[in-house]
Design a protein around this ligand. Sequence first.
Ligand code: SF4
Length: 353
Amino acid sequence: MKKIFIKTYGCQSNIADSEQLAGILSKKYKIVDSLEKADIIILNSCAVKLRTLNKQLDFIKNIPKNKKIFIGGCLPKIVNLRKTYPNISGFFDTNTILKVPELILEDYIIISNEKEHRINLPRVRKTKDLAIINICQGCEGNCGYCAAKLSRGELKSYKIEDILKEFKQALKEKCTKFYLTGQDTGCYGFDLKTNLPSLLKEILKIKGDYKIRIGMMNPNNILNFLDELIKIYKNEHIVKFLHIPIQSGSDKVLKEMNRFYKVKDFELIVKKFRKEIPEIKISTDIICGYPTETEQDFKKTLDLIEKVKPDVLNISKFSSMHNTRASKLKQLSSEIIKDRSVRLTKLFKSLKK
Ligand code: SF4
């Protein structure tokens, strides 16, 4: 039996995709945990940041020539890797994972814009007691810096009954921790005339010993059902962790990033959650050095973080990803970008003292 090693980069969605991929392939192949043991390498790639892109290119370069390599995930739709790495046997993307068994036999490229119906499939879990469930793929946003949009595309939510079935199956498999994930769980169900609170209420009817962590949500989407969501978050099964990426403290920059909310919306959400659930952990993201960000805009970001004091702050240095709208703008110098991320990191560390 040929041995396959799946290397995954990126978000929880990608990890869930790799678990499904391993589940599908384990019928005919042995899934192994290292490159050395494998005959075939599958790279499930991420396209969010240049730094991650470079790490993956190094990984590809270091694969011994006697091993076959296939690339999937978000990169194949964004970067033409075949030109640079002719030794790559084939490509797939986040919409053609079910076709990989075929691809491995034929060596070709299968990229599609048609979303697959990929739920309730066999899994090889990365962590035995952790069930990562993609409740939706894609999103309703179109953020200027985002390459994930180019690969994951428009929103496709899975039906509540399909997610409940996946949840119950994972419970049967002794999972006690659940990540409900997607590119933006806040827009879950908008394409099915339902929403995240409706899904959560159905899940919470399931009896059992489990904890649910809810993935990243954009502020504009949860404003629609904020009070309802806070009520649900009080449930003992819900992990008191809220990840809402703000990205900038300047409304001008948020508009230029094509983010559909204002700073005051973010502050309102944080204030209401903290008032109703004092133990809530607030996590947010900031991009330092977006091309149109002035020193004045950046000062507003520093002021916002000083005021809100998030528990977790994911700081990214802006990196221009291929084919994004922001990549066509005049870029700030790497010195300015670095300086801003250093100042924000320093501020955040000082707030944690
Ligand atoms: S909401 Fe914006 S940042 Fe998030 S996946 Fe969609 S386009 Fe990308």
